[in-house]
Design a protein around this ligand. Structure first.
Ligand code: NAD
Length: 292
C-alpha cells in the first residue's frame, strides 16, 4: 500500500486522513494546528512537524484552504526537495484551476505528477467516506491514485489537470446562489405565515429543489445550529474562482457577480469563522419585519 502524506488536517482533512489510516495506509500528517496533529496521532496516524516530512510519501494529499496556501507549500524549497520523482501530489483543496495547471507544469519538471481532486459532500461526507471527488489529471496518474481516492468517496473523472478545480468552483457558485435565493424565499414565506416544513416539502417535490432545500435548510438552518462545517469565506473564495473563470472564457457572470456582491456584504458583517449557512440568518436580520 502506498505511504500517504496528508497536509491540511482541518474540518475536512482530519476525517479524510482518519479513513485512510483505518484502511491500513501509513499516513504522515501535517497541519499548523497542534490539536489536529494530536487527533491524527490518536487515530493511529504519524503526525509530523513540517510539510516536507509529509512530502516524502508516495502520494501527497493536500487539503488546504486555497491556492495561495497550496502554492506556498508546493514552492517551499524543503518540500520541493522532499518530493520523490514519480510521486503524485493530489490537491483535494478547492483551488484555482489556472494556478493548478501552473503548479502541475512546475512539478512535472521534477518528475512529480499533480492531480486535482476537490470534493463536495461536506464534513458529513468526509466522515462517511461518501464524498464526490472531481478528478483532473492524466489517466495513467489518476489510475494510480484511484484506489486511495475510492476510500474517500466516488470519483468522477472531469478531464485534464485543473478540470476538477474548475467544475468544483462552478458547482459552488451555483450552490451559493441557490442558498441565497432559497433563504429569501423561505424567510418571505415564513413572514407570510407559511410553515417552513411545509414549504420545504413542497420545494423538494417541485422545481425549486436544490441542495439548499434538501440539505442545508432542513439540517443546519431550521434547527438553528448553522453548523455545516463549511466556512462562509471558503464559499466566497470558490464563487470568485468561478466568476473569474467565466470571465477568462468570455462569459459575463451577471448573476454570479451579483451573488458574489451579496455574499461579500454578509462576509463583512459576520465573524471570520462564520459557517456559510449563516447567510440565512444574516438575510433575515438585514430584512427587519415591518413592525420592527
Ligand atoms: P479548514 O480551515 O477547516 O482546514 C484547513 C486546514 O489547513 C487547517 O487545519 C489549517 O491549520 C491548515 N493549514 C493552513 N495553512 C497550512 C499550511 N501552510 N501547512 C499546513 N496546514 C495548513 O478548511 P476545510 O473546511 O477543511 O476546507 C479545506 C478545503 O476543502 C478548502 O479548500 C475548502 O474550500 C474545501 N472544502 C470544504 C468543505 C467543507 O464542508 N468544509 C467542503 C468541500 C470542500
Amino acid at each position: 500500500m502506498p505511504t500517504i502524506g496528508f497536509i491540511g488536517l482541518g474540518k475536512m482533512g482530519s476525517p479524510m486522513a482518519r479513513l485512510l489510516v483505518a484502511a491500513g495506509h501509513r499516513v504522515l500528517g501535517f497541519d499548523l494546528s497542534e490539536e489536529a496533529l494530536t487527533q491524527l496521532a490518536e487515530a493511529g496516524g504519524a503526525a509530523v512537524h513540517s510539510a516536507s516530512e509529509a512530502a516524502v510519501a508516495d502520494v501527497v494529499i493536500l487539503m488546504l484552504p486555497d491556492s495561495n496556501v497550496v502554492t506556498a507549500v508546493l514552492r517551499d524549497t524543503d518540500v520541493v526537495s522532499a518530493l520523490a520523482p514519480d510521486s503524485v501530489v493530489v490537491d483535494m483543496s478547492s483551488s484555482e484551476p489556472l494556478r493548478t495547471r501552473e503548479l502541475a507544469t512546475e512539478l512535472a519538471e521534477r518528475g512529480v505528477h499533480l492531480v486535482d481532486a476537490p470534493v463536495s459532500g461536506g464534513v458529513r461526507g468526509a466522515e462517511a467516506g461518501k464524498l464526490t471527488i472531481m478528478v483532473g489529471g492524466d489517466g495513467e496518474t489518476v489510475d494510480r491514485v484511484e484506489p486511495v481516492l475510492a476510500l474517500l468517496g466516488r470519483t468522477v473523472r472531469c478531464g485534464d489537470v485543473g478540470a476538477g478545480h474548475a467544475v468544483k468552483a462552478l458547482n459552488n457558485l451555483m450552490s451559493a446562489t441557490h442558498l441565497w435565493v432559497t433563504s429569501e424565499a423561505m424567510i418571505a414565506g415564513e413572514r407570510f405565515g407559511l410553515d417552513p416544513e411545509v414549504m420545504l416539502s413542497v420545494f423538494n417535490g417541485s422545481s425549486g429543489r436544490s441542495g439548499s432545500t434538501e440539505n442545508k435548510w432542513p439540517n443546519f438552518i431550521l434547527p438553528g445550529g448553522y453548523d455545516s462545517g463549511f466556512g462562509l469565506r471558503l464559499m466566497l473564495k470558490d464563487m470568485r474562482i468561478a466568476t473569474d473563470l467565466a470571465r477568462a472564457v468570455n462569459v459575463e457572470p451577471a448573476l454570479g457577480d451579483g451573488a458574489v456582491e451579496l455574499w461579500s456584504r454578509a462576509a463583512e458583517d459576520l465573524e471570520p469563522a462564520a459557517d456559510h449557512t449563516e447567510v440565512a440568518r444574516w438575510i433575515a436580520s438585514a430584512s427587519p419585519t415591518p413592525d420592527n
